[in-house]
Design a protein around this ligand. Structure first.
Ligand code: SF4
Ligand code: SF4
Length: 375
């Protein structure tokens, strides 16, 4: 095994191939505080990419309610139970990753979901943690909580799907780090289905090959954000490119949120894949639950996010989410206006931090009517 550096766990680790980072890495930030579980993203992906035979059960994008929801069933709990580790010392992970804890003869610590594990994509939807007493919903605060976790392939820096494939059918594109399955090479051994700890590879029994999220690469190649991003009702998503921590650019939206402000965190960094979808953690959930899911940066991230009303740069950048179909490579705040731009600095979109308030008169003189929704 090669030794590679994984900045998310603050140390070197073992991986099956030498470190080979793409020219630039596709990445995303999801703000969990804004997701309403409308599943528009899920359907936007489904109707675009997985409406064919053999793809019925596939949800390249899914949204599950934590703590009880999961698709496929118990995808994270199964692995956390057998992962030999879990210890953090500050920002350094001292437990074993799924590569380091692989049993003899296996490339990664893995498990394979049963067919019925894919049968209940909405299991646990809107179920609260703990007991909810009658009437508790009308008084605040109460201890019942849940939140929505939207998930796509993480286009990991160290993909376990790629490491698991005995035919070399999975590759990471050098130009943007998007991870793809070569449908011509794949023979359907499904080692990738077992190997991906996020369970984001799906076997198609009609074609006999494995399939996964392709980050809408035909759109991304033309500078557009993927379908699940531009259709997001809650405007929780921003796509872009992430730099290594030492090369972070404050004017790159993803770098600013992940590296500069550290308000967006990877999902289960202890698995060791350096996943490239980053989450702003939900501020109302007990931090102990969030730490095992997003790592030791949770407390600082929540504090930073809660302070956003007094932090015009952060609040401004958050206002850019969902404002443009194009990938915003750069951003800047000019007073009350936030500008999203392409990589040459040409503005793509301008957003006001505070929307002007328009009060519509009850009686419309132009049309000589009274608006029914006005008092
Ligand atoms: S999330 Fe899973 S399928 Fe996606 S790149 Fe990582 S290991 Fe592969
Ligand atoms: S479309 Fe956006 S708000 Fe709706 S479920 Fe998906 S991520 Fe959440």
């Amino acid at each position: 095994m090669a030794r590679v550096y994984n900045w998310q766990i603050g140390r070197e680790m073992s991986y099956w191939y030498p470190e080979s980072r793409p020219k630039r890495q596709f990445a995303a930030v999801f703000d969990t505080n804004k997701c309403i579980a409308c599943q528009t993203c899920t359907l936007a992906c489904k109707t675009t990419w997985t409406s064919g035979k053999g793809q019925e059960y596939m949800l390249w994008n899914n949204v599950e309610t934590k703590p009880y929801g999961s698709y496929p069933l118990a995808w994270d709990l199964e692995l956390l139970e057998v992962l030999n580790g879990g210890r953090w010392n500050g920002r350094t992970y001292e437990g074993e990753t799924i590569f380091e804890s692989a049993p003899a003869g296996a490339r990664v610590l893995s498990w394979r979901p049963a067919a019925e594990d894919y049968a209940y994509p909405n299991v646990g939807e809107d179920d609260c943690a703990g007991q909810v007493d009658g009437g508790a919903g009308f008084s605040l605060p109460h201890m019942a909580w849940f939140y929505y976790l939207a998930r796509i392939c993480n286009h990991c820096t160290y993909p376990a799907c790629l490491a698991s494939c005995p035919r070399g059918s999975i590759y990471k594109r050098p130009e943007d780090g998007i991870v793809l399955v070569d449908q011509g090479r794949c023979r359907g051994y499904q080692e990738c289905v077992k190997g991906c700890p996020y369970k984001k590879v799906y076997f198609n029994p009609m074609t006999g090959t494995s399939e996964k999220c392709i980050a809408c690469f035909p759109k991304v190649e033309t500078g557009l954000q993927p379908q699940c991003f531009v259709n997001c009702i809650g405007k929780i998503r921003m796509a872009g490119y992430i730099s290594r921590p030492e090369a972070a650019r404050p004017d790159n939206p993803i770098d600013y949120l992940v590296h500069v402000r550290k308000v967006a965190l990877p999902l289960y960094p202890q698995f060791g894949l350096e996943p490239n979808v980053y989450y702003i953690p939900p501020v109302h959930v007990p931090p102990a639950f969030l730490r095992q899911m997003f790592g030791p940066g949770v407390d600082d991230a929540i504090e930073t996010y809660r302070n956003a009303p007094n932090d015009p740069d952060l609040a401004g950048l958050l206002a850019l989410f969902g404002s443009s179909e194009s990938v915003m490579m750069r951003w800047a705040r000019r007073g009350d206006e936030i500008v999203g731009a392409d990589d040459r600095g040409t503005p793509l979109v301008r957003v006001l931090m505070r929307e002007p308030v328009h009060v519509r008169p009850a009686f419309d003189r132009l049309y000589q009517i009274t608006r029914t929704n006005c008092p």
